[in-house]
Design a protein. Structure first.
Length: 463
């Protein structure tokens, strides 16, 4: 059905937008790497349906907003863009506007779009990526807004059938599962993404093999809770086994994955990482809090001590392991002492990087109903203090690389022809100085000459 609707859209383009050389789509993405991976699939569908792409909203025939509901900031940005789109629609009546992704899964936002932004042509929730072309075609034929946001939870993963338009020629994201079963008390993901659905093992392996064959150097495996992969499958394949199978693929490439829940990090997984030739010594392991009472009301299903035990085992098995984490500051009812427990954990673990945010209330979650007596000003003070502690840790960790030789993957150029941006196996941004011009997408050995708070600097080791 997908190919039929793509062909129908192609045939309908001249009638919908007039006869012209190109039909242009703008896809605006908000949120996490999973959202960007979804947008690559949306772009794949649109390309197959006869669209080219633009970044200029004034030239677009079609604008797609792929939205995120994790934090209020992303919602505010989206509504600002959507409000501006009303002017575009007024000046270009043929413009088609689509809103999709996580935000339409929230009933109050779904209703707000329908009532406040009637110029939107199509609203689709996360479970409709697989039939995106079908409903886009239907919207061409309809004079009224079409909207769908039911989550079916039928175990079907959209990625198994959708084309992909990659935005990068060096790194590629491969979603291996969708949804989440954890229901952390602050998190909206299970409500907007549905329950966990794992992709078929062999379809994942085929996709990775295809990417490696095309020359991709880094494969990022994605999932809302990536290391619970396989729990819903009947073939007894878990995440560790998937990594082992991927590690058997021939080629010179790296594998990363995110995001992991500490409760599902096993010794088997750590041993698999330690014994692999492709999996990088990097793990993003969100702790969220370093206090057991807060972790319990967050419904995280592990303790501070269990988290520290995981980290200790991982560091003992994986040489050069680099850890990053997520931390929520100012969770409802968090006391100063409980916050300082988190600071103590950060000092003990020595993360290379933390992503820390003040608690963002998400309607529909349990945490949204909790008493929250701590003023925002106090939460802001705590966040600043935590970030200052982390700055000192990062400074020292980055400085420890100076004088070492690292193998890096060169990802981007810069304004200066002899300066390139690369990543170490531990995912640390590195400025590389090289006289060679054709090094994008290549692995290089470099000597680290200096460090800053945000990146390393080094020069290519002459062969």
């Amino acid at each position: 059905m997908l190919e039929n609707y793509s062909d129908l859209i192609k045939d309908a383009l001249p009638k919908k937008f007039g006869v012209k050389g190109k039909y242009l789509a703008l896809v605006k993405t908000f949120g996490c790497q999973q959202n960007f991976a979804d947008s690559e699939r949306i772009c794949g569908i649109l390309k197959e349906s006869g669209f080219d792409f633009t970044e200029d909203e004034n030239k677009a025939d079609l604008i797609v907003f792929n939205t995120c509901a994790i934090r209020k900031h992303a919602e505010d940005r989206f509504f600002a863009f959507l409000g501006n789109t009303k002017k575009l629609k007024r000046s270009n009546k043929n413009l088609v506007v689509v809103v999709c992704g996580c935000m339409p899964q929230k009933e109050e936002i779904f209703n707000k779009i329908k009532t406040t932004f009637p110029f939107v042509d199509l609203v689709l929730g996360t479970d409709y990526f697989r039939v995106f072309s079908k409903f886009l075609y239907k919207s061409f034929k309809s004079k009224n807004m079409l909207y769908f946001n039911e989550i079916k939870n039928d175990g079907i993963c959209a990625d198994d059938s959708l084309p992909v338009k990659r935005t990068d020629k060096i790194k590629a994201s491969v979603p291996i599962m969708y949804g989440c079963n954890n229901f952390c008390s602050y998190c909206i993901v299970p409500y907007v993404r549905g329950r966990e659905r794992s992709r078929d093992l062999f379809k994942i392996l085929d996709e990775v093999k295809g990417l490696v064959g095309k020359g991709y150097k880094e494969i990022l495996l994605l999932g809302q809770n990536v290391n619970s992969y396989g729990k819903d499958l009947k073939n007894n394949i878990n995440f560790s086994e998937l990594l082992k199978r991927i590690d058997e693929i021939e080629g010179d490439f790296w594998v990363r994955f995110m995001t992991s829940n500490p409760k599902d990090v096993t010794k088997e997984l750590i041993d698999t990482m330690a014994n692999s030739k492709h999996i990088t010594p990097y793990m993003h392991l969100p702790v969220q809090s370093g206090n057991n009472r807060v972790l319990k009301i967050m419904n995280r299903k592990y303790t501070k001590e269990q988290y520290e035990e995981i980290v200790e085992y991982a560091k003992s098995k994986i040489p050069g392991l680099c850890l990053s984490t997520d931390i929520i500051v100012g969770f409802p009812g968090e006391t100063e002492k409980e916050f300082l427990d988190t600071v103590d954990l950060v000092k003990k673990v020595k993360f290379f990087l933390i992503y820390s945010f003040i608690f963002s209330k998400r309607e529909g979650t349990l945490a949204a109903k909790m008493d929250d007596p701590v003023p925002y000003k106090e939460k802001s003070r705590r966040l600043r203090y935590l970030l200052e502690v982390q700055k000192n840790i990062t400074d020292n960790l980055f400085a420890s690389f100076v004088g070492s030789t690292q193998r890096v993957l060169v990802e981007e150029g810069s304004e200066r022809p002899e300066v390139f941006l690369a990543r170490t196996p531990g995912n640390i941004l590195t400025k590389v100085y090289s006289k060679e011009k054709e090094i994008l997408g290549k692995f290089l050995k470099i000597k680290i000459l200096s460090s800053t708070r945000t990146y390393l600097e080094g020069e290519e080791v002459q062969k």
